[in-house]
Design a protein around this ligand. Structure first.
Ligand SMILES: Nc1nc2c(c(=O)[nH]1)N[C@@H](CN(C=O)c1ccc(C(=O)N[C@@H](CCC(=O)O)C(=O)O)cc1)CN2
Ligand SMILES: [Mg+2]
Length: 297
């Protein structure tokens, strides 16, 4: 068996085009563009790359981009004060605080300060609770992107056995809630899970989000399984002094067993920013009282 590659990059581009068209419709109806504010604290190189990419994508979708950079020495109170200022700013529909924050800042305290109606990352306790309760709210971008790829590939997920490997607040837990909402039978595996290979072998859907390069082996998979690899791990390349990105799944091994798999890069990663724009579009419609059909995007 040779697995099909799930092209997240192409799916994300298409989603971004649809968001841009709906963003233009919104501007015509509301008399203003949707606005997204991104807060970056410190100078983590990867975060700088992601924040720059978000700003560019926001503008390309016909939205206003507000970028706020604070030094790594900024206090928790300063970051919270900035969030409060953005909560009160009528031009800002979505607020995103780039993670991770510097160690001296309590991420939970900062996230909790974000207005739930502007929380396009879906990280506030209100939106986490809404997802767990099956209520409308904002859903974290990476897991929602994974669900979109799964539904596009499989269609109805009801009754399928799914395993989510990893229990982070950003990916693992919301991913499990989304799969449960789609009527999958969901197992959440983590570092204390016993006999992980046997549990993976029982799953029709495998979502790997552990941050350990190549940890999930191809011969653990049920033949034909759909594999979503959320890992983005930078490892040494073949040439001295070079690096390359790999996922949490041993890609070459999985190709011989899976039915379909997302590559790294070019699978789940691009979906994160596309879904962020989608969530910002939804936030703008809700805040302005402009209707957006449930299945429009
Ligand atoms: N507030 C948030 N912080 C973080 C989030 C988030 O959703 N909200 N997610 C990650 C980082 N992230 C966006 O912020 C992100 C990660 C990866 C990609 C991506 O497109 N990856 C590419 C590879 C990029 C490369 O070459 O390095 C891919 O996988 O194809 C986009 C966004 C943590 N923080
Ligand atoms: Mg911290």
């Amino acid at each position: 068996m040779t697995a099909e590659i799930i092209d997240g990059k192409a799916f994300a581009l298409d989603l971004r085009e649809r968001v841009a068209a709906l963003s233009a419709d919104f501007a015509a109806k509301a008399g203003r563009q949707p606005g997204l504010a991104v807060v970056l604290v410190g100078d983590d190189p990867a975060s700088q790359v992601y924040v720059r990419a978000k700003g560019k994508a926001t503008l390309a979708a016909g939205m206003l981009s507000f970028e706020h950079r604070l030094p790594a020495s900024a206090s928790e109170d300063e970051v919270r004060a900035l969030v409060e200022q953005l909560n009160a700013d009528a031009a800002v529909d979505g607020i995103l605080v780039q993670l991770p924050l510097p160690d001296h800042i309590d991420e939970h305290a900062v996230i909790t300060a974000i207005d739930a109606g502007k929380d396009v990352d879906g990280f506030t306790p209100e939106n986490v609770g809404r997802l767990a309760s099956g209520l409308d709210g904002f859903v974290p971008c990476t897991p929602l992107g994974c669900l979109m790829l799964l539904k596009d590939r499989i269609g109805d997920l009801a009754g399928l056995d799914a395993i989510v490997i990893g229990r982070s607040n950003i990916v693992g837990k919301p991913m499990a809630a989304l799969l449960l909402g789609a009527s999958c039978t969901v197992t959440i595996a983590h570092s204390k899970t016993r006999d992980l290979p046997a549990k993976v072998r029982a799953a029709d859907i495998v979502v790997a989000a552990v941050g350990r390069p190549g940890m999930i082996k191809g011969d653990w998979l049920k033949p034909g399984a759909t594999v979503i690899d959320v890992g983005i791990n930078r490892i040494a390349g073949d040439e001295p002094g070079t690096t390359r990105l790999v996922g949490d799944v041993d890609f070459a091994g999985a190709m011989a067993h899976a039915g379909a798999i997302t590559p790294v890069p070019g699978g789940v990663g691009p979906m994160t920013i596309a879904v962020l724009l989608r969530n910002t579009l939804v936030a703008a419609h809700r805040r302005a009282g402009v209707a957006l059909a449930r299945d429009a995007i």
